[in-house]
Design a protein around this ligand. Structure first.
Ligand SMILES: [Cu+2]
Length: 195
């Protein structure tokens, strides 16, 4: 799902999806190990969900009557499925939470602000996404983000890196990322923080 404006964005034509595209349904392209884990967890849970949907629809259709055996099966099997989902989910959650020996720390402070008006956008700039000063960080480096806010609740999020963390006044939150490839990665505040 690559849109025209994305190709225009870089001087060399890119097939990577590092910004949201119109009517996009799936994820953006992976640029960090953390996001790789999130996407693979999503994919494996979707596998279970579709399997359950298909088999349950079949069972209800064939054996609509009540029975002790069928009651037992559809009580115990969802419990097992929930356990099968919970284990990899918690494993990923605690893996993402860990910040191991960062080489670089970025302090992120949230402010209420206005987006660049459409009339001020230059050729190749993305509506509601481009900023006046881009943050430049190195690839293949463990980066730690210390996130806070000066006014209201904000949320620092970069989908391609699998980052989404609240920016709270009077509090420091931390998250980390290792960017695996070069690119321009876009993110929006993910909290309702407008005037
Ligand atoms: Cu905000």
């Amino acid at each position: 799902m690559c849109s025209n404006y994305l190709v225009r964005l870089n001087s060399t034509p890119s097939i990577l999806l590092d910004a949201p595209a119109p009517w996009q349904i799936g994820f953006q392209d992976v640029a960090s190990p953390g996001f790789e884990g999130i996407v693979s967890l999503h994919d494996s849970i979707m596998f279970y969900l579709i399997l359950i949907l298909v088999t349950k629809s079949g069972i209800v259709y064939k054996y609509l009557n009540h029975g002790t055996l069928i009651e037992l099966i559809w009580t115990i099997s969802p419990a097992l499925v929930l356990i099968a989902i919970a284990f990899p989910s918690f494993k990923l959650l605690y893996t993402l939470d860990e910040v191991i020996d960062p080489a670089l720390t970025v302090k992120v402070t949230g402010h209420q602000c206005y987006m660049v008006p459409e009339s001020d956008l230059e050729e190749g700039q993305l509506r509601l996404l481009d900023v006046d000063n881009r943050l430049m960080v190195p690839v293949n480096t463990h980066i730690r983000f210390i996130v806070t806010s000066t006014d209201v609740l904000h949320d620092f999020a970069v989908p391609s890196l699998g980052i989404k963390i609240d920016a709270t006044p009077g509090r420091l939150n931390q998250t980390s990322a290792l960017i695996e490839r070069t690119g321009v990665f876009y993110g929006q505040c993910s909290e309702l923080c407008g005037v």
